[in-house]
Design a protein around this ligand. Structure first.
Ligand code: URA
Length: 234
C-alpha cells in the first residue's frame, strides 16, 4: 500500500517536471522548499513569458533563418550569469547555448576556476542563430537588448559576465572598446537595480587568438576572487 502511494507520488512528480517547458538544470544543493518555492515558480513563469515573447519576435532576419530558439542553459538560481553573443550551428541544432567548440572552451575556462557549468546560468545577446555565424548587426543588438535586460532582471545574478564585444555593446553601447574595458569591474543598472559586471574575451575569439588567453586567465582569476569576496556559494 505504502509502496503504491510512493509510486504514484513519483509519477506525479515526474509529470510536473516533464511539464516544464524549459531545459534548465536545477541546483543539487538543498533548498528550503517552503521559503523558496513561490519565488522559483515565479521565476519559471517569468522566464517562460520572456521565452514566448522572444519566440514571437516580428520582422527578425535572425529568427527567419534559424531553426530554433536558443534561450538559456544552467541553474536559474545561480548568482553567476554569463552572456555570450549568439548561437552557432551546433547551438541552433540543439537549442542550447555554448555546446559547440566555443562552449567546450568555456567549460574548460570555468573548470579552471573551479566552477561547474551546471551551476551557473548562460544566455546570449541574440537568441536565434545569425546566418553564417555573422556578428549580429547593431540594430539587432538593440532590438534584443530589452529582452536581455529583462532576462538579467529575472535571474538577478550577483555577478554578470559579458563575453565578447557583442555582449558588451548590448549593455554599454558601441563607443567603448573591449581591449580597454575587459577585466574591470563595472556596474550596470537594470530596472533600478545595480549589477556587478565584468567584460572579458569571448571563447570563440580565444580559439582564434590564443595569445590573448593570458588576459582571459587574469579575468577568470579576478572572477574567482570576487566570488570568494562576496561569499558566493557555487
Ligand atoms: N557563441 C556564443 O556567443 N554563444 C553560443 O551559444 C555559442 C557560441
Amino acid at each position: 500500500m505504502v509502496k503504491k502511494i510512493l509510486d504514484q507520488n513519483n509519477l506525479i512528480n515526474r509529470e510536473i517536471i516533464n511539464s516544464y517547458d524549459l531545459d534548465y538544470i536545477f541546483s543539487d544543493s538543498p533548498i528550503n522548499r517552503l521559503k523558496n518555492e513561490p519565488l522559483v515558480a515565479n521565476k519559471i513563469e517569468k522566464l517562460n513569458e520572456l521565452k514566448e515573447k522572444i519566440q514571437n519576435i516580428q520582422n527578425c532576419e535572425l529568427k527567419k533563418n534559424a531553426s530554433k530558439i536558443v534561450f538559456a542553459d544552467g541553474n536559474i538560481n545561480s548568482s553567476i550569469m554569463i552572456v555570450g553573443e549568439g548561437p552557432g550551428q551546433k547551438e541552433d541544432e540543439l537549442g542550447k547555448p555554448f555546446v559547440g567548440d566555443a562552449g567546450m572552451l568555456l567549460n574548460k575556462m570555468l573548470k579552471a576556476i573551479n566552477i561547474n557549468r551546471k551551476n551557473i546560468y548562460i544566455t546570449n545577446v541574440v537568441n536565434f542563430r545569425p546566418p553564417n555565424n555573422r556578428k549580429p548587426e547593431p540594430d539587432e543588438i538593440t532590438k534584443y537588448s530589452n529582452f536581455l535586460r529583462n532576462h538579467i532582471s529575472i535571474i538577478d545574478p550577483k555577478i554578470l559576465v559579458l563575453m565578447g564585444s557583442t555582449a558588451m555593446e548590448s549593455l554599454f553601447g558601441s563607443k567603448i572598446k573591449i581591449s580597454k574595458e575587459r577585466g574591470n569591474w563595472k556596474e550596470v543598472i537594470i530596472n533600478n537595480k545595480t549589477y556587478l559586471t565584468i567584460i572579458t574575451f569571448h571563447p570563440a575569439y580565444l580559439l582564434r587568438q590564443s595569445d590573448q588567453k593570458k588576459y582571459s586567465w587574469e579575468d577568470l582569476k579576478n572572477i574567482r576572487k570576487k566570488i570568494e569576496e562576496l561569499n558566493i556559494n557555487i
